[in-house]
Design a protein around this ligand. Structure first.
Ligand code: PLP
Length: 458
């Protein structure tokens, strides 16, 4: 990747020596070395060699307002100067935590009651699962502890949230999933729809699979269903028409709560404030992260309705305390940055921008549909994927999964855009501030990179 790694004491050599990376092939890292990103500017980041890249994934689906928003730097500095840390244990509170909780509840698509603060998306989902157990005990339903997520869903990497995640590499050798976390069908129509089946019929089949799983396990044992409105890390899977309506019907029938993991979809990504708006979901809990602060600081939250909250509050009353909370939960810095970040999203109409520029970009991507290596173009709002195949009729790749995707990812990077291949699907999730011209530039890079890959595999 970078020959600087051979120079002793170079940042590259020291990275190899001392830094253990997430989501990286640790065995290969000594060979490849790191790509060091030095600074950000709008939708661009610059590496240590001075090369500029469009950050086509907003970092990790994160930097909604781009990579150098001065208002967020100021909000953070002001809060640092005024109250750099406080917590919410033992009835303590502070302005930013209160203001943000009120703000988040005002943005929800359904009536919500309370906000709980956490430090990562994984931790938020982990906490929701723990609270579900507490809630079931409070309700006198100790058998209601199982939860259902989906194959290829992504909810994080802690022991509980990694169990909710439905991707093999998050389970393999980690001894996950834990007991009581079940997975149902991934709603990817293009890949898993049967020959002759319509999108609506496939959605009915997904709902029937969910119902069959609930029946087989015993409806009284299932506490909740966890799902992203649009699956992100599992490959940007947009649900088929009528999916959410049919899934929610099953959940309502069995009194099972819906946990919407809005970690990627939240704050405008799907063209409305939340994915739950876009798909008519009525969740009991909404998990929020990433674009809540544009990930300038690690800060996450979930909001819940009374149905979720009331039994938990009662149980803590019986016990005398809620035996749960994080030192950094409700961190004033994160809350202050989140408030400013949401203000920017609203003032600059970035949700509308995501809808308009996203539609334009997806339309351009769709012009690649007839390319022999393109299997599916999918997306909604300003999130999309380009799935590569080399057997177009079979909708699959012959050869190792991820090879084509890896080639495309490398070509994009050479041509000036950073994305990520999820297997052979290339994900696009640019900052919400992206202009039409910048989206056109990104598309030109995508097209040129596809040509490069076509030549390479000939
Ligand atoms: N949920 C979803 C939908 C995510 O995409 C992610 C991260 O990508 C998480 C949860 C986990 O968040 P974190 O990496 O902050 O633990």
């Amino acid at each position: 990747m970078n020959d600087m790694k051979h120079l002793p004491n170079s940042p590259e050599a020291r990275d190899i020596a001392y830094h253990f990376h997430g989501y990286t092939n640790a065995a290969a890292h000594a060979e490849t070395g790191p790509m060091i990103i030095e600074r950000g500017e709008g939708i661009y980041v610059y590496d240590s060699g001075g090369n500029r890249y469009i950050e086509a994934l907003s970092g990790l689906w994160s930097a909604a307002v781009g990579f150098n928003e001065p208002r967020l730097a100021k909000a953070a500095a002001d809060q640092m100067a005024k109250l750099p840390f406080y917590h919410n244990f033992g009835h303590k509170s502070h302005g930013p935590a209160i203001d943000l909780a009120e703000k988040l509840i005002s943005l929800a698509p359904v009536e919500m009651s309370k906000v709980f603060y956490t430090n990562s998306g994984s931790e938020a989902n982990d906490t929701v699962l723990k609270m579900l157990w507490y809630r079931s005990n409070s309700l006198g339903q100790p058998e209601r502890k199982k939860v259902i997520a989906r194959q290829r869903g992504y909810h994080g990497v802690t022991i509980a949230s990694g169990s909710l995640t439905g991707l093999p590499n998050n389970h393999r050798s980690f001894d996950l999933p834990i007991e009581g976390v079940l997975h149902t069908t991934c709603p990817h129509f293009w890949k898993d729809g049967a020959p002759g089946e319509t999108e609506e019929e496939f959605a009915s089949r997904c709902a029937a699979d969910l119902e069959a799983l609930i029946e087989a396990e015993g409806p009284e044992t299932i506490a909740a269903f966890f799902a992203e409105p649009v699956m992100g890390a599992g490959g940007v899977v947009v649900p088929p028409k009528t999916y959410w309506e049919k899934i929610q019907k099953v959940l309502n029938k069995y009194d099972i709560l819906l946990i919407a993991d809005e970690v990627i979809c939240g704050f405008g990504r799907t063209g409305q404030m939340f994915g739950s708006h876009t798909f008519g979901m009525k969740p009991d809990v909404m998990v929020m992260s990433k674009q809540i602060t544009s990930s300038y600081v690690p800060f996450t939250a979930f909001m819940m309705n009374e149905r979720f909250y009331a039994p938990i509050a009662e149980e803590s009353g019986r016990i005398g305390v809620l035996g749960h909370g994080y030192t950094g939960g409700s961190h004033p810095l994160g809350a202050a940055v989140a408030l400013e970040n949401i203000a920017i999203i609203e003032e600059r109409e970035l949700v509308r921008n995501a809808r308009l520029v996203g539609a334009r970009f997806r339309k351009q991507l769709e012009s690649l549909q007839d390319h022999p290596l393109v299997g599916e173009i999918r997306g909604v709002g300003f999130i999309a994927a380009l799935e590569l195949v080399n057997d177009k009729r079979a909708k699959s790749v012959t050869g190792p999964v991820g090879q084509l995707g890896g080639l495309m990812n490398a070509a994009l990077q050479r041509n000036g855009a950073i994305s990520r291949n999820l297997g052979d699907a290339i994900a696009f999730c640019p900052p919400l501030i992206t202009t039409e011209e910048q989206a056109d530039d990104l598309f030109a890079i995508v097209k040129a990179s596809l040509d490069d890959v076509t030549r390479a595999v000939k």
